[in-house]
Ligand binder design. Structure first.
Ligand SMILES: Cc1ncc(COP(=O)(O)O)c(C=O)c1O
Length: 430
């Protein structure tokens, strides 16, 4: 594969940005080699500066559920641009998107738009603390909620449940307000509530944890979290920045039949532009400024371009048959990969939920906790990633990341990719 242009462009990027990137995983550290610099994306395909073409299973880390440069989304944005792109005032597109998103969320009366998933979770955490007047947040080892200080926290050692900061620059005093427990472990959660129950503002969970492989949780575990939080006056914060509108035509909490107190959303709802949100019942949301004492703001929050992109994306998904197409692509891909793997005797586990998928090259059973993912599996993924690139398939450059499907994939794209992926997995074990 020719990579001269990507190498040169990355060399230039390295001179002016730490690691040559604006988000660490893009640097290919986990898979090795030089990151590909893309020039354009159309539909399901990406093209780089060396003229290589790839079928895209990363979809800009999730937002591009319709693939690249979808014509309806592009035309909708173009129309808005004619009238200007930001006013710092209320704009009709905010209300339209809020209505559409809330329709899908169901339980919530109000939402607030922000620019990134990190901001949505940061606001939700502050809101939970403001509402409950309690200091602690309980999170789960292996869940990612963005790069706010109080979520950049790992499990402490042994029986210590107070977190340890996972990044330099996060003071231990802040890390100590986050309690970290393993996923899939009711007893651990119970023990923490026994000691600290009256101080926990919120329990935060990625409804289906999908940032450390795809750690599908038992419905009983999610229901248990709902129950124990209610018993202790703690809010349940379900983070759907990644899984929202990817698993079913609404949100993953509906799949579990569990209603959170606050939900955070991102990625798909911005259609590939910077937009994310939190939503809850009015009695919670009205604690936010200007109605209540919990401060939150943003110069470009709810800007017309991102709102319009989100709105157009949801229109295509839910009013123009997009969801049916996504469902068909997902079913075809799942069927193909599962039968392909069944025909081998390789120790590879596969999980797909809706339009998200992940391969585990480690365990005999699919893991439900972060401990189930090991270095050998991640190394195996690195080899797979490189070989797939050479065959025109772009997977996320880290074995911890899930794959994303898009409506832009044709049946022929799916069938061709399935054959290539299965063949390449076989090569990796040869
Ligand atoms: C579950 C979850 N929460 C929060 C975030 C942070 O979102 P952003 O990268 O938009 O800040 C992510 C990002 O991948 C995520 O997957």
């Amino acid at each position: 594969m020719e990579t001269t242009q990507s190498e040169q462009l990355f060399k230039e990027a390295l001179e002016v940005m730490p690691g040559g990137v604006n988000s660490p995983v893009r640097a290919f550290k986990s898979v090795g080699g030089t990151p590909i610099t893309f020039k354009r994306g159309q539909g399901a395909h990406l093209e780089d500066w060396d003229g290589n073409r790839f079928l895209d299973f990363c979809c800009s880390w999730g937002p591009l559920v319709l693939g690249h440069a979808h014509p309806y989304v592009r035309e909708s944005i173009e129309k808005v641009l004619v009238d200007g792109w930001t006013f710092g005032t209320p704009h009709r597109s905010e209300t339209l998107l809020a209505r559409k998103v809330l329709e899908r969320v169901g339980f919530a009366d109000k939402g607030r738009f922000v620019n990134s998933g990190t901001e949505a979770v940061m606001t939700a955490v502050r809101l939970a603390r403001g509402v409950t007047k309690r200091p602690y947040i309980l999170k789960f080892d292996g869940c990612y909620h963005g790069h706010l200080d109080s979520m950049l926290v790992n499990a402490g050692s042994g029986l210590v449940t107070f977190g340890q900061s996972s990044s330099a620059g996060v003071p231990e005093e802040i890390a100590a307000t986050t309690l970290v427990v393993p996923l899939d472990d009711e007893a651990a959660v119970e023990a923490v509530f026994k000691t600290h129950g009256d101080k926990i503002a919120a329990v935060a969970l990625e409804t289906i944890p999908a940032n450390n492989g795809l750690l599908y949780q038992r419905p009983e575990f999610v229901a248990f979290l709902r129950k124990i939080t209610r018993e202790h006056g703690t809010l349940l914060l379900l983070d759907e920045v990644l899984v929202g509108l990817r698993v079913q035509p609404a949100f993953a909490f509906q799949h579990y039949g569990v209603e959170p107190d606050i939900v955070t959303l991102g990625k798909v709802i911005g259609g590939g532009f910077p937009a994310a949100a939190l939503a809850a019942k009015a009695e919670i949301m009205d604690h936010l400024a200007p109605n209540g004492p919990v401060y939150q703001a943003g110069t470009l929050s709810g800007n017309p371009v991102a709102m319009t992109a989100g709105l157009a994306t949801l229109e295509v998904l839910f009013e123009q048959g997009g969801w049916d197409r996504l469902h068909a692509v997902a079913a075809r891909f799942k069927n193909g990969i599962e039968s392909g793997l069944a025909a081998t005797s390789l120790p590879v586990q596969y999980i797909q939920t809706g339009a998200l998928f992940w391969f585990s090259f480690d365990s005999e059973a699919l893991p439900r906790t972060a401990d189930g993912i090991g270095k050998p599996g991640i190394a195996r993924y690195a080899a797979l990633h490189r070989k797939l690139l050479e065959k025109g398939i772009y997977f996320a450059p880290s074995g911890y990341e899930v794959g994303f499907l898009s409506t832009a994939m044709t049946d022929a794209d799916v069938d061709g990719a399935v054959a290539t992926i299965i063949e390449t997995i076989n090569e990796c074990y040869a």
